[in-house]
Design a protein around this ligand. Structure first.
Ligand code: HEC
Length: 180
C-alpha cells in the first residue's frame, strides 16, 4: 500500500541529486575569480598571435579593390558622414563639430600633401589611426574603408577639378555665374 508514495519520494530525491551534480560542474561562471592564475581571474585573454577560426588571412589589397561606381561613392559618403565628418567636416576641410568643441583640428584633405597621398595611406589611417586620431578598424570594416577612400577622392576632386573636366551643363553654369 505504501509502495507508490515511497517510490515517488525516492524518485524525487534521485532527480534532485542529479540536478545538484549538474550545478557543481568543475567550470567557471563568467568573470568568476580563480586561484589557478596569478592575476586571480578565470577570464583569460587570448595569447599573442591568436587568430580567429574564421579570420581572413589573405593579404589586404594595397589598391582600391573595386571599380568606382556611384553606389560605392554613395556608400562611402554615408559612412564618411557618420564616422569622419564629426571631426573632418562634411567637405573634408577639418572643421567638424567636434573640433569646434575643442578636439585637435585635423588637417584639411584639400592640402597638397593629402591630395598626393596614396589611397593606401587613407586606408591605413582608417585602419590604424594617426597621431591624435584613433583607429576605426573596429567600426569600419575593410570594404567600407575603401568606399570612404573613394569618397574622399571625390571630395578632393570637387575642390580641384579642372574646368575642362566638368560636364557642359556645369561649365555653362559656372561661366554664367562668373560673369559680373
Ligand atoms: C574624433 C575626431 C576624428 C575623427 C572622427 C576622424 N579623424 Fe581623421 N584625424 C583626426 C585628427 C585630430 C587628425 C590629425 C592627427 C595628428 O596629426 O595627430 C586626423 C588625421 C587624419 C588624416 C591625415 C593623415 C595625414 O597623413 O596627415 C586622414 C587621412 C584622416 N584623418 C582620415 C579620417 C577618416 C577617413 C575618418 C573616418 C573613418 C577619420 N579620419 C575620422 C581626427 C579625427
Amino acid at each position: 500500500m505504501n509502495g507508490l508514495p515511497a517510490m515517488l519520494i525516492l524518485g524525487a530525491l534521485f532527480v534532485a541529486g542529479c540536478r545538484q551534480d549538474m550545478e557543481d560542474q568543475p567550470r567557471y561562471d563568467p568573470l568568476e575569480a580563480s586561484n589557478q592564475f596569478a592575476d586571480g581571474m578565470s577570464a583569460r585573454t587570448p595569447v599573442e598571435g591568436t587568430v580567429a577560426h574564421d579570420a581572413d588571412l589573405s593579404p589586404p589589397p594595397t589598391v582600391l579593390p573595386y571599380p568606382v561606381t556611384i553606389e560605392l561613392l554613395r556608400r562611402g559618403q554615408q559612412r564618411f558622414e557618420i564616422f569622419c565628418s564629426p571631426c573632418h567636416g562634411r567637405t573634408g576641410d577639418g572643421h567638424g563639430i567636434i573640433v569646434e568643441r575643442g578636439f585637435p583640428a585635423p588637417p584639411s584633405y584639400h592640402q597638397d600633401v593629402l591630395r598626393k597621398a596614396s589611397n593606401q595611406h587613407f586606408y591605413d589611417v582608417i585602419t590604424n589611426g594617426y597621431g591624435a586620431m584613433y583607429s576605426y578598424a573596429a567600426r569600419v570594416p575593410p570594404p567600407d574603408r575603401w568606399a570612404i577612400v573613394a569618397y574622399i577622392r571625390a571630395l578632393q576632386f570637387s575642390r580641384a577639378a579642372p574646368v575642362a573636366a566638368l560636364p557642359q551643363s556645369l561649365r555653362a553654369r559656372l561661366e554664367a555665374e562668373a560673369k559680373p
